[in-house]
Write a protein that binds this ligand. Structure first.
Ligand SMILES: Nc1nc2c(c(=O)[nH]1)N[C@H]1C(S)=C(S)[C@@H](COP(=O)(O)OP(=O)(O)OC[C@H]3O[C@@H](n4cnc5c(=O)[nH]c(N)nc54)[C@H](O)[C@@H]3O)O[C@H]1N2
Ligand SMILES: Nc1nc2c(c(=O)[nH]1)N[C@H]1C(S)=C(S)[C@@H](COP(=O)(O)OP(=O)(O)OC[C@H]3O[C@@H](n4cnc5c(=O)[nH]c(N)nc54)[C@H](O)[C@@H]3O)O[C@H]1N2
Ligand code: SF4
Ligand SMILES: [Mo]
Length: 696
């Protein structure tokens, strides 16, 4: 047996794993000894990796759609079909009518290739990925306030903090090794405060749980600022030296009395005062937030409100102190860094800048697109309007993970052509005209960038199953077929070196340099050859930190007579994303076998609902059935569902109302009605439901 060092393929913590290889298969996983992030541990998803990539369920050959369904085809035929479809769409609709959705689970090298394919081959800035529905408000908001949208601290800073403030993040479920580190910090004496409408595991263990009403983040954060200014608790030295707009913000929040804030958020005045005091008096506060901040139509303003609070308390740029968007997917930081966003090239170089366009035109040998690109949901909308024709989805499962599932399916069906590059036959792949088999992380070399900006190497441990190729090989072959030869690389390292040469924040990185450490944090350039675990110690990328007044915005849909409950969505520890990988593991399935709805005991009693009973949920967009789990994890009046289960897909219900700045849909709040199924009647799947009711 060999053990090949790699990085976990699931969440953004970026744990170091060893792939145990025997007889050409990954037979198990072990923690990488001495890894600075995972410190000899893994969570249950990490341990279960071998099931997630098991060859039994994998796609092994390209598939092409015929009238009768998908049939196996050669690479030659499949690539010709894809190239032809893109050529036709370009001829008919121009570069605005084609695009690529890249994959935050694939490597930096794959993602670099995806945006290069969009820009150099399709001539389009239409490239995006799941960061749009994850931390796009962080990128937009923190770029406005600081000039850079990533975590300002490293994970190890948790060990230095005396206050850990988690806002809308369920770290023990979703960033398990960070959750464990937070509990260790608490055990050594740090205070833990959790701001969440649900009683998460960490909220129950916290020194303070601030249980605000769903969607009242800005009201809360502004209210804390008012208390801090009114008591003179702001960090004046930090504000004088490093920030701008202080008086504007002070005036903006002056009238937001604790009583008013308490009425808007449901949090008692004493609790507000306690948190305002703790945060402004902490020696070093590690402030981390997640989807409870970003997934709202006010997502960008929510992020700005977090940034305002951190800056006013001077809690950034020191060991232990920082503003930390907990990036979700194993390589979502990297997919953003690589420029898989419509408005930036690798390293956040603006796609609108003439200079940047000229630089990449020169490097890649073809003119660069001038027109601004579409976001992922923009492409969906354009497809429905008949203006968008051909799309490549490389490793995403939007049918389950985008809001308003019926709308997504209609949009994908409205395309002239859809190609999906995947490991397995996902719900999205089932709609494709061509499906291409991709190599998993264990079958290729490359790099992942974890949530703390640490770029780490993964290594090929086994061969891809059947005829599967890496994403970058697929994109390179397709490019060549479309007449562009600038994407034929010998190996992943050649792509990395090309990227580093064009990306100032990674300019001093190379595979040997990454190997010499446990990866390197960007910016890693001539001035910081060892990388930068801590950002903004002296100044911000934009110079002064900008305080921006923002005001509370209610969710687009609030409960009313017809849809009397708030509905929110969450994650569970044992499953991941659309479940296409974790649901292959018998261990993980045993822990959380099926979809479920969390409901408070009081609401259940009012509905005469028993634990485990079936329920039917309805929103303005669709309906589904699932089983109820009665728990005071959720507050009365708010129902919550995880989004991992294709048989109970909560995104049938969710609202696609968007944040005007980042285009983030409001995945964390909409209004629903609930009705118990008769006792003993099992919930029906969406397919059964649509057959029986014609609904959806
Ligand atoms: N096990 C597992 N781990 C994962 C994933 C997975 O699918 N499974 N996915 C990964 C990905 S892609 C991501 S982005 C991360 C996400 O990780 P998190 O950000 O932790 O994600 P969520 O559980 O969706 O939401 C976090 C919390 O926001 C709270 N919340 C809801 N509304 C509000 C509000 O109005 N205010 C506040 N303050 N809080 C609110 C919810 O109750 C929830 O506890 O997890 C990553 N890790
Ligand atoms: N209601 C609700 N919806 C949500 C959320 C929520 O909180 N609530 N959270 C949102 C968030 S934060 C996110 S990030 C999205 C996630 O949405 P998605 O990115 O769509 O979710 P995943 O299930 O991670 O899908 C990734 C796919 O990539 C494939 N894959 C893995 N590795 C590779 C590879 O190397 N190459 C290729 N080609 N494919 C690969 C996997 O098989 C899997 O099917 O979901 C969003 N949707
Ligand atoms: S915490 Fe995240 S990176 Fe670490 S083992 Fe679990 S899923 Fe993998
Ligand atoms: Mo995410």
């Amino acid at each position: 047996m060999r053990v090949v060092p790699s990085i976990c393929t699931f969440c953004g913590v970026g744990c170091g794993i060893g792939l145990r290889v025997e007889g050409g298969r990954v037979v198990g996983v072990e923690p990488q000894p001495g890894h600075p992030v995972s410190q000899g541990q893994l969570c249950s998803k990490g341990w279960s990796t071998s099931f997630a990539i098991d060859t039994a369920d994998r796609l092994t050959r390209p598939l092409i759609r015929e009238a009768t369904g998908l049939r196996p085809a050669s690479w030659d035929e499949a690539l010709e079909r894809v190239a032809g479809a893109f050529r036709d769409a370009l001829a008919e609709g121009g570069p605005g009518a084609v695009g690529v959705i890249s994959c935050a689970r694939a490597t930096n090298e794959d993602n670099y290739a995806a945006q290069k394919f969009a820009r150099a081959v399709l001539g389009s800035n239409n490239v995006d990925h799941c960061a749009r529905i994850c931390h796009s408000p962080s990128v937009a908001g923190l770029t406005l306030t600081l000039g850079s949208g990533a975590m300002t601290s490293s994970i190890a800073d948790i060990d230095e903090a005396d206050l850990i403030l988690l806002i809308g993040a369920d770290a023990s479920e979703n960033h398990a090794m960070i959750g464990a580190r937070i509990l260790r910090a608490q055990a050594r004496g740090a205070q833990l405060v959790v701001v969440d409408p649900r009683q998460t595991r960490l909220a129950r263990l916290a020194d303070q749980h601030v249980q605000l009403t769903l969607g009242s983040n800005i009201a809360l954060l502004n209210g804390l600022l008012q208390i801090i200014f009114a008591n003179g608790w702001e960090n004046r030295a930090f504000l004088d030296q490093r920030c701008e707009n202080v008086d504007v913000l002070r005036q903006h929040v002056a009238g937001l009395t604790p009583e008013l804030t308490s009425a808007q958020t449901g949090v008692a005045v004493a609790e507000l005062e306690r948190l305002a005091y703790a945060l402004s008096h902490a020696r070093a506060a590690f402030i981390a937030y997640g989807m409870g901040i970003t997934q709202f139509q006010s997502g960008t303003n929510n992020v700005i409100a977090v940034s305002n609070l951190a800056l006013v308390c001077g809690q950034v740029g020191r060991p232990g102190a920082g503003i930390n968007p907990l990036r979700g997917q194993n390589n979502v930081q990297g997919a953003c860094d690589m420029g898989c966003l419509p408005n930036v090239y690798p390293g956040y170089q603006s796609a609108a800048s003439d200079e940047v366009q000229a630089k990449f035109a020169q490097a890649w040998g073809v003119p660069m697109p001038q027109a601004p690109g579409l976001t992922s949901l923009g492409m969906t909308q354009a497809a429905l309007a008949g203006e968008f024709k051909a799309l490549m989805i490389m490793g995403e499962e939007p049918v389950l993970t985008d809001p308003d599932q019926h709308h997504v399916e209609r949009a994908l069906r409205a395309l002239d052509f859809l190609v999906v590059v995947e490991l397995t036959m996902t719900e999205t792949a089932k709609l494709a005209d061509v499906v291409l088999p991709a190599a998993s992380f264990a079958e290729k070399d490359g790099t992942f960038t974890n949530c703390e900006r640490r770029v780490q190497r993964i290594r090929r441990a086994i061969s891809p199953p059947g005829e599967a190729w890496t994403d970058w090989q697929i994109l390179g072959a397709l490019a060549a077929r479309m007449g562009y030869l600038g994407m034929i690389w010998t190996d992943a390292e050649a792509i990395f070196d090309e990227m580093a040469g064009l990306t100032p924040i990674c300019s001093a990185m190379s595979y040997p340099a990454l190997d010499a450490h446990h990866g390197l944090h960007w910016p890693c350039d001539a001035a910081h050859p060892q990388g930068s675990p801590l950002l903004h110690a002296q100044s911000f990328p934009r110079g002064r930190g900008r305080l921006l007044p923002v005001s509370q915005v209610a969710p687009d849909e609030c409960p009313d007579a017809e849809f009397p409950f708030f509905f929110t969505t969450q994650r569970l520890h044992f499953h991941y994303g659309g479940g296409s990988m974790t649901r292959k593991s018998p261990l993980l399935e045993r822990e959380t076998p099926a979809g479920l709805l969390f409901i408070h005991p009081q609401d259940a009693a009012n509905l005469h609902l028993q634990d485990g009973q079936g329920v039917r949920l309805r929103s303005r967009r669709g309906s589904l059935e699932t089983c109820a789990r009665i728990t005071d994890d959720v507050p009365p009046g708010t129902l919550s569902m995880p989004y991992h289960f294709r048989e109970a897909p909560c995104n049938i219900l969710t609202n696609s109302a968007q944040d005007p700045q980042s285009k983030m849909p409001e995945l964390k709040a909409c209004a629903v009605a609930i009705e118990p199924l008769p006792p003993g009647v099992a919930p029906r799947s969406p397919e059964e439901l649509s057959k029986e009711t014609g609904d959806g």
